[in-house]
Design a binder for this molecule. Structure first.
Ligand code: ATP
Ligand code: MG
Length: 480
């Protein structure tokens, strides 16, 4: 599945723009996102991959927005629409780097063709950049900064803001695209920093709900009362401190999506309220006896596996079944190491641009070191490391190992680190090494069989009791 090219229209809503949006999506097959304010446009840009922005002048606000856009998203093609009589000079427009200026009355077909040509031009420029890079033309004429030899990078793929090359993330993105088109709740699981929230946002922008709000609630560390009032709303005076009515996220996001982060952390009584909402779509604000309905799609995320919490009696099974209309598991970065170099390059470009610092790239030695490290904090940790390294790199230089944090620098090279079929061998004595290996083999087989112990014991050639002894001995835990 290929991404549709996306046009973001930023204009006061009205029939003229609605007709243009229809033409662009029905006849030209673009995905159209509409925003009626600069704030909404920023939210769309943060989550969705936008290719072209079509902006109404709006007393200068639109132009100002385009100037900012040029800095924050230089790849987005910028088109400005003006009223027939608005006077505007070249000097005023220059900082926005506008691709085309159009005047009202607007012609949908003219805009369609302009968008097509604009995207073609951008694609040509992109290919030119790639070729220049592959041929490693020195960045300056003297060639002093010729890039250290780098293995050729595969071209990265994208699902909105998610960048990857691994098959694992590719398959996950394909499944997420399909899930997005349905109305079912989605449960996203994975370790911290793997990109669960980014995936949730991508799903919202690929669903039919993309023109309605996506609202986020973190459920961790909140009292029941507070969470209840955040999500379901309250009437004035419902509790001390409730000085006015509050709508609640479920109603504020009507026709949109609510992302419930850290869902594993909600109390058992809150689980009941949530289940009722999922079953009936009914919202009863605190302190009110009126029941209202709301149509929202729930995406929930957890970095603790809910299945294990259900097994341990800490999470309601019926709620778990409701939430996982689709169950998406984001793999840890160490399980998809091929993503490390492309992510590193992507973050280096992103942060050097944000800091206004022109760096030449990342040295091969750095990429090798990064690829050997385990990243317990996953993509977030990688991004932080790159941001830090870029900030230490001088303008016009490469990011090199001298900029690296000691822990990552100390990671032993992969080839020596991993042996015995991809298992880690830690410890010094033979006994320690064998036990380390045994623990990993048992854990891996158990997890492959989703902790079905008979199947795992069978594969390992152990009795059920034998396996259960190993589980105890190595304190293996399904929740980990
Ligand atoms: N594939 C990716 N491409 C680009 N950026 C990514 C990717 N995965 C994660 N990130 C970035 O890494 C950071 C962490 O991602 P995110 O917040 O989505 O993780 P999370 O799984 O929700 O983490 P937590 O469990 O700690 O809440 C964000 O800055 C996000 O932009
Ligand atoms: Mg998160």
């Amino acid at each position: 599945m290929r991404d549709l090219q996306t046009v973001l229209i930023i204009a006061r809503s009205g029939p003229e723009w609605a007709a243009i949006a229809d033409t662009l999506s029905d006849q030209y097959d673009y995905r159209v996102l509409s925003a009626d304010s600069v704030e909404n446009a920023r939210a769309s840009l943060a989550d969705a991959q936008v290719d072209i922005a079509l902006v109404e002048y709006g007393e200068g606000k639109g132009l100002k927005f385009l100037v900012d856009l040029r800095v924050s998203h230089p790849d987005v093609i910028r088109i400005l629409a003006l009223e027939a009589k608005t006077e505007i000079g070249q000097r005023e427009m220059a900082p926005a780097g506008i691709y085309q200026l159009i005047r009202k009355p607007l012609d949908a077909n003219q805009i369609g063709l302009m968008v097509e040509r604009g995207l073609e031009a951008r694609e040509l420029a992109r290919r030119h950049r790639l070729l220049t890079r592959e041929f490693k033309f020195p960045a300056n004429a003297t060639g002093i900064h010729a890039r250290p030899i780098l293995p050729m990078q595969p071209e990265s793929r994208r699902f909105e803001k998610l960048v990857y090359v691994s098959e694992k993330l590719h398959n996950l993105s394909e499944l997420a695209r399909k899930a997005a088109k349905t109305e079912l709740p989605i449960l996203i699981q994975g370790a911290t920093g793997t990109g669960k929230e980014l995936l949730a946002r991508a799903i919202h922008y690929n669903s039919g709900r993309r023109d309605s709000p996506l609202l986020v609630q973190n459920c961790g560390g909140m009292s029941d009362e507070l969470l209840q009032s955040e999500l379901f709303g309250h009437k004035r005076g419902a509790f001390t401190g409730a000085v006015s009515d509050r709508l609640g996220l479920f109603r504020a996001a009507d026709r949109g999506t609510v992302f419930l982060d850290e869902i594993s952390e909600v109390s058992s009584s809150f689980q009941v309220s949530l289940l009722r909402f999922l079953q009936e779509g009914e919202v009863k604000p605190l302190g009110s006896d009126k029941i209202v309905t709301s149509n929202v799609r729930i995406i929930a995320a957890s970095n603790r596996p809910l299945r294990a919490l259900v097994a341990a009696g800490k999470f309601r099974q019926d709620l778990y079944f409701r939430l996982r209309g689709f169950e998406l598991e984001v793999p840890s970065l160490s399980d998809r190491r091929e993503d490390i170099p492309v992510l590193a390059e992507f973050f280096a470009a992103k942060h050097s641009e944000a800091m206004g610092r022109k760096i030449l790239g990342i040295s091969a030695a750095v990429l090798e070191k990064l690829s050997a490290y385990d990243f317990p904090g996953n993509v977030r940790e990688l991004e932080n490391e790159i941001r830090r390294m870029v900030s230490l790199t001088e303008e016009g230089e490469y990011v090199t190992t001298t900029h690296m944090s000691p822990a990552i620098l100390a990671a032993p090279p992969r080839s020596r680190f991993k042996s015995a079929g991809g298992y880690e061998l830690r410890g010094t004595t033979l006994k320690e090494k064998v036990e380390c290996l045994e623990k990993q083999v048992v854990a891996e087989v158990l997890s492959r069989h989703r902790w079905n112990q008979s199947k795992a014991a069978n594969e390992l050639g152990l009795s059920r009791v034998g396996l259960s002894n190993k589980i105890k001995r190595y304190s293996l835990d399904e929740a980990e």
